[in-house]
Design a protein around this ligand. Structure first.
Ligand code: OGA
Ligand code: MN
Length: 223
């Protein structure tokens, strides 16, 4: 079913923006030039709300676990570096909104391969909840011992965000540091091997789906 803009306005349905191929190419140019790009309205408001409600419910059921740092044997929980809570998503999540998110990320992956000459073969994503007071100190996402993560993708799930809420993402771009608001529906893509970043201490619950576009399939023994 196709909703007319009038219908959407009437019922306050915010549709996700359809991004044309030319617009994608423009965004990828920015990714190549500045190492990051932001895409607002990547998913519509209802989908974002449904994902946010799911992560809140899962937190209540104690399904999220304190995140760690390092890959494989180097993995450890260090609360002085990061103290967000996560759950890895499966490809066959029950929530159709997760399915929609995966579908759209498949498209992004294909477009990146086509226009940026990357050879991405997979992705991995987790829910992330930063409770009040939590943060993630300055870091790079690509592991030293494993270069599988090429592009970081973060979809924010928050209902509005203000300066006094803290919790901004600070990226250390070549042009200088820049703070990004974790606004619902906003997708951020950046180079996992190049762009250092940190999550400033948050004053309120902060929700996202965070993950990586991978060179090699996830979960293979040799990674
Ligand atoms: C991460 C991370 C940033 C954010 O999970 O590696 O840096 O804005 N997240 O949530
Ligand atoms: Mn990171």
């Amino acid at each position: 079913m196709v909703f007319s803009p009038y219908f959407c306005e009437l019922f306050e349905i915010k549709m996700s923006v359809e991004i044309t191929q030319d617009q994608w190419v423009e965004r990828f140019d920015q990714l190549a030039e500045k190492d990051y790009v932001m895409i607002d309205g990547f998913l519509d408001e209802a989908t974002v709300r449904s994902l946010r409600e799911q992560i809140i419910a899962e937190e209540e059921e104690d399904r999220l676990k304190t995140a760690g740092i390092g890959a494989n044997d180097g993995f450890q929980v260090v609360r002085a570096i990061r103290n967000d809570k996560i759950r890895w998503l499966k490809r066959d999540e029950e929530n159709p909104s997760a399915g929609l998110f995966f579908e759209k990320m498949e498209e992004v992956k294909a477009l990146l391969n086509r226009f940026c000459f990357l050879s991405l073969s997979d992705f991995e994503f987790h829910f992330a909840h930063y409770p009040q007071g939590s943060f993630y100190k300055r870091h790079l996402d690509q592991f030293k011992e494993n270069d599988n993560r090429l592009i970081t993708a973060i979809l924010y799930l928050n209902d509005g965000w203000h300066e006094e809420d803290g919790g901004l993402l600070r990226i250390y771009a070549e042009e200088g540091p820049k703070d990004i608001y974790p606004l619902g529906g906003r997708l951020l893509l950046f180079r996992s091997d190049k762009l250092e970043h940190e999550v400033l201490p948050t004053e309120r619950d902060r929700y996202s789906i965070t993950g990586w576009l991978l060179h090699k399939p996830a979960g293979l023994g040799f990674l």
